[in-house]
Design a protein around this ligand. Structure first.
Ligand code: UTP
Length: 293
């Protein structure tokens, strides 16, 4: 079955980037000239996704405004010959995909947010793109598309992974894996936020997942973590792994965590360096700046 539906959980509190995220959702923080979430929607669309459910909460209405028409702005730009490019840029997000919204009424974690999408998804496999993870990939090879291909080939759930520095693994999760083919592995075990002694490999799940609809039952049957009381999505995915139904794709692409300050700066620098309008000037500026360090 062709995968055409995706969800973007974007209802987190964004405490690591406060106060920037106090009144602007972290998913709407800027990378050069577009909010982070637009890059994510564009990635999904490039992989053939047509219907996207964004999971929001109170205070995230600007996400809806961004993917809607802005009639006053559009009317103002439309008839001005010198502003046609800007007019197209403003219009573009409103026509990208069929975008729907649902509110997660309590911030009870990622697994709970995903459960809010059950009615929208129905009985189909679907993609999940975390709302604060922007991944820049080679032209024509969107990361979620790399996972969709692996899902279609093996008929098993699929997580996007990368090796992270060993000292960072306790912030994410650690995977026990067996190689299957180039860049694809079978997942045997996952430990969320492992202690240094519990680390099984430096592969962690970073922001992209393709799941069968059975994952909703898995979430419902997952016990909350003893220490934090939160139902971890990784524990739910472990139920698929226990049946040999979970693979990992070491994806081709660079991931930027828009949920932390350094991630935001790296994303802005790297996108700016490759930007057709300001790339050359920004490179010259960085060279000059670097010479003073
Ligand atoms: P994070 O754990 O990175 O987001 O969730 P957070 O809770 O906003 O982070 P901090 O620690 O407070 O800074 C990963 C993704 O899941 C969404 C977030 O919006 C983010 O895109 N999420 C998280 C939800 O949709 N609901 C939640 O209850 C938690």
């Amino acid at each position: 079955m062709k995968i055409t539906k995706a969800i973007i959980p974007a209802a987190g509190l964004g405490t690591r980037v406060l106060p920037a995220s106090k009144s602007v959702p972290k998913e709407m923080l800027n990378i050069v000239d577009k909010p982070a979430i637009q890059y994510i929607v564009e990635e999904a669309v490039a992989a053939g996704i047509t219907d996207i459910l964004i999971i929001t909460n109170r205070g995230k209405g600007v996400i809806e405004d961004h993917f809607d028409h802005s009639f006053e702005l559009e009317a103002n730009l439309k008839d001005n010959p010198s502003k046609q490019k800007i007019y197209e840029d403003v219009l573009y997000p409103a026509n990208l995909a069929n975008i729907y919204y649902i509110r997660q009424k309590e911030t009870k974690g990622l697994a709970h947010a995903i459960l809010c999408a059950e009615k929208f998804i129905g009985n189909e496999p679907f993609a999940i793109l975390y709302g604060d993870d922007v991944i820049v990939s080679p032209e024509g090879n969107p990361v979620i598309g790399q996972l969709i291909k692996a899902y279609e080939k093996y008929g098993a759930g699929c997580v996007g992974v990368k090796e992270v520095p060993r000292e960072d693994v306790p912030k994410y999760c650690s995977l026990d894996i067996t190689p299957l083919e180039k860049r694809i592995m079978t997942v045997n075990n996952i430990i969320e936020k492992p202690t240094p002694e519990e680390i099984m490999s430096c592969y962690s799940i970073l922001g992209r997942v393709v799941m069968p609809p059975e994952i909703f039952d898995c979430i419902r049957n997952t016990q909350p973590d003893k220490k934090s009381g939160e139902v971890y999505f990784t524990d739910s995915m472990l139920k698929l792994a226990a049946k040999g139904m979970l693979n990992a794709v070491d994806f081709e692409g660079t991931r930027y965590d828009m949920g932390n300050k350094l991630g935001i700066m790296k994303a802005n620098c790297e996108v700016a360096l490759n930007h057709p309008e300001i790339g050359e000037d920004f490179k010259a500026y960085l060279r000059e700046l670097a010479s003073t360090l």
